[in-house]
Design a protein around this ligand. Structure first.
Ligand code: BGC
Length: 339
């Protein structure tokens, strides 16, 4: 009896591993389900284009077809949950999720765990308790504190070298306004705190005039800036923005008011952000390397889909997190701007 059972178990084990290797050998295509929190977000759009490029590059390099099913959750967690469920029912090998509500990734994780479909989250970081639930959950993003310190340095370095380029009215105080992203986003909270701290550490004599949440959006930031320009005429010297889109909104308001020479700093290095930088409208931005960012998402997802080890070129912190590198980009015009 025992012998028979052991033999049967042995046979099962052989069958399972054979099936496994057969499955891996046969895999000539992988299907990746991607849900974006909002496809009209400029930064997310830039990442999406890079993801499509990286998928093509991967296909050429590995000879494996990569099918990307990209969906827009349009700011609804409910829609995103349904999209994740649909991806799983369609047989996606892996999910890439840009969560709508980073505090509410539980349902997607539940479904993925039940179906044994790994998940690569990106840009909006689920809470640690969620990420710790399964070893097939990953996150790709940027280190928000690093971003903020780099942003603060753009202004601090200019002030150190040429104080009159930042303290525009020469009264010994740099009066600034602050544009913040969504209040629940990890990047807004940390960026706000550390950009300002870095200005203080860099001995820039700052004074806050006003600040507000513009939810990463150009139009909301533009409306806020317009109000501040009316409420505090001839006072504001610096705009610190949690991202490029809101910085561009502030620049829109400055253009409408016919004000020139005010320093505006952003984050992201989006396509329109870099354009504004070239035109000398934006003093500087902090740019995540989007090729590497998207490369990490795609390669990590593909390795999950194929049951391979995570790619060595994208080293993971704690086996779970990949932090994309970022750099300061400052316009020459911005640096040399005369007041
Ligand atoms: C980016 C913003 C973007 C947001 C979306 C942030 O990391 O800097 O531009 O709107 O992510 O989640």
């Amino acid at each position: 009896m025992w012998r028979k059972m052991l033999l049967m178990l042995g046979a099962c084990a052989v069958l399972t591993s054979c099936q496994g290797s057969q499955k891996e050998e046969q895999k000539t295509s992988i299907r990746i389900g991607i849900s974006l929190y909002r496809s009209d977000d400029t930064f997310i759009n830039n990442i999406r284009s890079q993801l499509e490029e990286k998928a093509k590059e991967y296909e050429r390099r590995r000879g494996i077809k990569v099918i990307l099913d990209i969906q827009d959750a349009k700011g609804s967690q409910n829609t995103q949950n349904n999209q994740a469920e649909r991806f799983i029912s369609l047989g996606c090998d892996v999910l890439c999720i840009n969560p709508v509500d980073r505090m509410d990734a539980t349902l997607i994780i539940d479904k993925a765990m039940t179906a044994q479909v790994p998940v690569v989250f990106f840009n909006r970081q689920p809470v640690e308790e969620d990420m710790d639930r399964w070893d097939q959950l990953y996150y790709v993003g940027v280190d928000a504190k690093e971003t903020a310190v780099l942003q603060g340095r753009i202004v601090a370095e200019l002030y150190g070298r040429q104080p009159e380029a930042v303290d525009l009215n020469g009264d010994g105080v740099v009066s600034y306004v602050l544009l913040e992203g969504e209040s629940s986003h990890q990047d807004s909270l940390i960026r706000t705190e550390w950009s300002i701290q870095t200005l203080k550490d860099g001995k820039v004599p700052i004074e806050k005039i006003a600040g507000g949440i513009a939810n990463w959006e150009r139009s909301q930031a533009s409306a806020l800036m317009e109000q501040w320009l009316l409420a505090y005429p001839d006072t504001i010297e610096l705009v610190v923005s949690n991202n490029d889109d809101m910085a561009l909104g502030a620049i829109d308001a400055l253009n409408r008011a016919g004000i020139e020479g005010m320093n505006v700093v952003g984050i992201d290095g989006t396509t329109p952000g870099l354009e504004a930088l070239k035109n000398g409208k934006l003093l500087g931005t902090v740019c995540a390397d989007k090729e590497i960012y998207a490369g990490a998402i795609l390669e990590l997802a593909a390795s999950c889909a194929l049951g391979e080890e995570p790619p060595e070129e994208y080293p993971l912190t704690d086996g779970t997190y990949y932090w994309a590198p970022q750099e300061i980009i400052v316009s020459e015009e911005g640096f040399l701007k005369e007041n």
